[in-house]
Design a protein around this ligand. Structure first.
Ligand code: KIV
Length: 274
């Protein structure tokens, strides 16, 4: 039930430049969150290309209602644990709330995530003034993943966890923001909870790869929160997620099924998109 017949240890490592090659070759990028070494190792074994140490750990590990309480020390701790579980997957770590409030703080925070946490790339939310920070990081050789659409660190401004970019004006703004983060030097773009047609438009317009979560099937890759896709997050599962463990015998089988469904265009289905 594994997505690739070559054992993980002998597969080529995924690097930052390989993300653009994968987009160019039309090979879907499989991304999944991880917060510890064991899940990271099992995810890599199951064929995941990019592991995200998301600040969603505030929700699924710590039990908070948002990602806002997560600290940089916690992100570094979890990132270092995940790094110890990996040998070929690319490790991306989130800059937590306010650690990226200006370029200087973002560079200090990113330095810790890379040097102590073993991350190859850092992710930060938003565009606008954030583009200056993206550029500062990239100039200092820290690859950046941008994150647009539903940006959970803006939950209070957004008024909740809602789909973004539904109206024409908001869609045009999102497209402009996507161009801006790419021009600032981002090498990857997560699009969260945006209409599938808008995500497709953005994906076609950019040279860098897009990764969708609740953004339809036409992005260059997909990401899910691992606890959601194993069906163990308490409460209601988000519409865009799927329980891949249901009906399967092990966590590795579930993750391998997710990887295979993403690569073969079976996930997300129409029921997982807006
Ligand atoms: O924190 C996280 O896990 C994320 C993903 C949902 C994209 O940002």
């Amino acid at each position: 039930m594994y997505s690739e017949s070559v054992p993980a240890a002998s597969r080529k490592p995924i690097t930052v430049p390989s993300l653009r090659s994968m987009k160019g070759e039309g090979r879907k990028i499989v991304m999944l969150t991880a917060y510890d070494a064991s899940f990271a190792a099992r995810s890599e074994e199951a064929g995941v290309d990019v592991m995200l140490v998301g600040d969603s750990l505030g929700n699924v590990i710590q039990g908070h209602a948002s990602t806002l309480p997560v600290t940089l020390d916690q992100m570094v701790y979890h990132s270092a644990a995940v790094a110890r579980g990996l040998s070929r997957s690319l490790l991306v770590a989130d800059l937590p709330f306010m650690s990226d409030r200006d370029p200087a703080h973002a560079m200090d925070a990113a330095a810790r995530l890379v040097a102590e946490g073993g991350a190859a790339m850092v992710k930060l939310e938003g565009a606008g003034h954030v583009c200056e920070t993206i550029n500062a990081l990239v100039q200092r050789n820290v690859p950046v993943c941008a994150h647009l659409g539903l940006t959970p660190q803006s939950v209070h401004r957004l008024g909740g966890y809602r789909v973004q970019g539904r109206e024409d004006e908001a869609a045009e703004k999102l497209l402009a923001d996507a161009h801006a983060v790419a021009a600032a030097g981002a090498e990857l773009l997560v699009l969260e909870a945006v209409p599938a047609r808008l995500a497709e438009r953005i994906t076609k317009a950019l040279d860098i790869a897009t990764i969708g979560i609740g953004a339809g099937p036409q992005t260059d890759g997909q990401v899910l929160v691992i606890y959601d896709m194993l069906g163990i997050t308490p409460g209601k599962r988000p519409k865009f997620s799927k329980d891949f463990l249901a009906g399967r015998g092990s966590v590795v089988e579930a993750i391998a099924a997710y990887a295979q469904d993403v690569r073969e265009g079976r996930f997300p289905g129409p029921e997982h998109q807006y």
